[in-house]
Design a protein around this ligand. Sequence first.
Ligand SMILES: NC(=O)C1=CN([C@@H]2O[C@H](COP(=O)(O)OP(=O)(O)OC[C@H]3O[C@@H](n4cnc5c(N)ncnc54)[C@H](O)[C@@H]3O)[C@@H](O)[C@H]2O)[C@@H](O)CC1
Ligand SMILES: [K+]
Length: 559
Amino acid sequence: MTELLTAAQMRAIETAAIESGEVTGLELMERAGAGVVEAIFEEWPELAGADAAGGEGGIARPAEKGGVALHPALPDSPQDICEQKKFRAVVLCGPGNNGGDGFVVARLLRQRGWEVEVFLYGDAVKMPPDAKANYERWLENAGVHRWDDNFIEDTLDECDHDLVVDAVFGTGLTRLMPDDTERTWHGFVPRVFSWHQKDRPKYVAVDIPSGICSDSGRNLEGAFPTDLTVSFHRAKIGHYLLAKGPPDGGTLWCGKVVVKDIGLKDACIADAVRLFDPTISTLTKFSDTHKYSHGHALILAGGPGRTGAARMAARGALRVGAGLVTLAVPPAAQKEVAAQVTAIMLRQVGDATALAKVLEDARFNAIGLGPALGLDEDAAALVATALEAGRATVLDADALTLLAKDAALFAKLHDKCVLTPHAGEFKRLFPDIAAKLEAVPTKGPAYSKVDATREAAKRAGCLVLFKGPDTVIAAPDGRCSINSAQYERAAPWLATAGSGDVLTGFIAGLLARGIAPQQAAETAAWLHVECALDFGPGLIAEDLPEQLPNVLRRLLSRP
Ligand SMILES: NC(=O)C1=CN([C@@H]2O[C@H](COP(=O)(O)OP(=O)(O)OC[C@H]3O[C@@H](n4cnc5c(N)ncnc54)[C@H](O)[C@@H]3O)[C@@H](O)[C@H]2O)[C@@H](O)CC1
Ligand SMILES: [K+]
C-alpha cells in the first residue's frame, strides 16, 4: 500500500532529511523542479523537442552540477538545443517554496531553449531562503512580471503558449485563495476545460493545483484546474479525495497525478493514510481450497418482491470465496428465492427469535444484512439480534437507516462490525460529522472525508467504509485507507443499482473467510472496482460477482 501524506507529514520528512545532513533544501527544490520538467516531457513528448524525446540523443548529464541526478539531465544552455520549435511557457510562482519550485522549472525550461515568462504573486523579499535563491538565480538572466490577473490573461490570450505552470501555492496553502489569484482562476477555468480546443496550452500544477488543500482535497475558493499534477516523494491525501463533488475535490482539479522521487527516504509514519492495493498475504488466502475452512456467511433477505438485493449479496459472498452461503429468508419469500438460487442455501427466518435460533450454530461466522431488509420494527429486531450474536457483521442500506433512528441499536455495534454508508446514509448516521464535512472551508488544512470517516469509526466503535469514487475506510483506532476509483481506476459505471449490495456480499464473504474487518472491507472495495474496470461500461450489478473469477485469476498470477 502506498502512503498518502499530509502537508505536516511531508514537512517532517523533509526536515528530518535536511537536519540529518543528507540533503539541503535547495537540492530538494532542484530535484522537485527537475521532476516536474521530466514529467511534462514524459506526458507530452512532443514538447521535449527532437533531442529529448528518448532517442539515442538522450542526455546523460546531471540536472544540476554538483547535485544528485534523479531526473534526466537537461542541456546547460540554449545552444545545446538543436534546431527546434521555440516553445513558450508561462510560469506562475507564489510566495513560498512552491513558487521556488516554479523558478527552477522556469530556469530548466529556459535552458532547453524555451521562451519563459514568469509572474510572481507576493513579495519576493519575504520569500523563504531556498525559494528566494532560485528567484535570484532566475533574475540573473531574465525578468519577473508582477502579478496582475488582467496582464496574465492578456499574455495567455495574445501569445501562442504551449505550457502554463501553476506554482502559486502547494502544501502551504492555509487560507482561502486571495481575490486576485481567484480572478486569474476565472480566466483559467474556461481555458482548461475547453478540451475540444486542440492547440490550447497544457496546464501543469506543481505539487497540487493552487487552491486545493493538500490534506483534504477541498477547494479553498479559486483552485487552478490542470491537466497534470506533479507531486514529490508521495502523493498527498488531497490528490485522492473528491470531498463533496464539484467544485470541491482534488481529483477534479489534478487532471492526472504523477509522483516524482526527490531522493527522500521512506519514513515510518504511524497514522499515515494509505492508498489501498491488495497485499500478497490477503491474496494467498484465496488459494487455500477447503470449503469448510472458508466459513459460512448468513445473508438476511427482505420480504417478497424485495429479495433481489440479498440474492446479489449472497452471490457476491460466494464468488469472493466464502465456503458456504445461506440466505435467511422470511417464509413468505421462500418460493421466490428458491426459484432463483442454486449454490446458495436457504433457511426460513420469520423473525428475530428464528434468527437467534439459527445463530446458535457457531459455524455461521459472518453476517451480511441491510439490502432491502425493510425499515419496520421486525427489521430492527433482526438487526438487534444479529448484533447481539457478536459475529463479524456487515451492515448496509436499511440496516444503516435503522441504526440512525435508534440510539440503543447503534450502541450494540461492536468491533467486528463494518458499516458501509454512502454519503446520504453517512449523513443520517453521523449528522454532526457530515455537517462539518459539508461546511464551506475557510482555512487549510480543511476538514476532510478522511477526518470524517475516522471520527465516525471512533464513535461507532467499528470499521466504517464511506463509499464514493474516493471510498475511505477507517477503523476506530485511526487506521485508514482510501480505495480510489479515480484517475486510471475511474469506473463511473460502477454507480449502478445494486452495486452496493454486491459490495456487502464481498465483505461478508471475506469476513466469513476469517479476514479481519479492515482487511476484508479494503479488499472487497478494491475487488469491486477491479470487477467494474474489467467489465467496462454497460455493467449491471449482477455482472460484478461474475467478473470476480477473471480478476482473481489475474491477481493470483501476479509475480
Ligand atoms: N516539503 C518538502 O519536502 C518539499 C517541498 N517543496 C515545495 O514546497 C511547497 C511547500 O512550500 P511552503 O510550505 O513554502 O508553502 P507554499 O509555497 O505552498 O505556500 C506558502 C506561502 O503562501 C502563503 N499563503 C498560504 N495561503 C495563502 C493564501 N490563501 N493567500 C495568500 N498567501 C498564502 C504563506 O503565507 C506562505 O508565504 C510544496 O508544495 C512543494 O512545492 C519542494 O521544493 C520539494 C520538497
Ligand atoms: K501549485
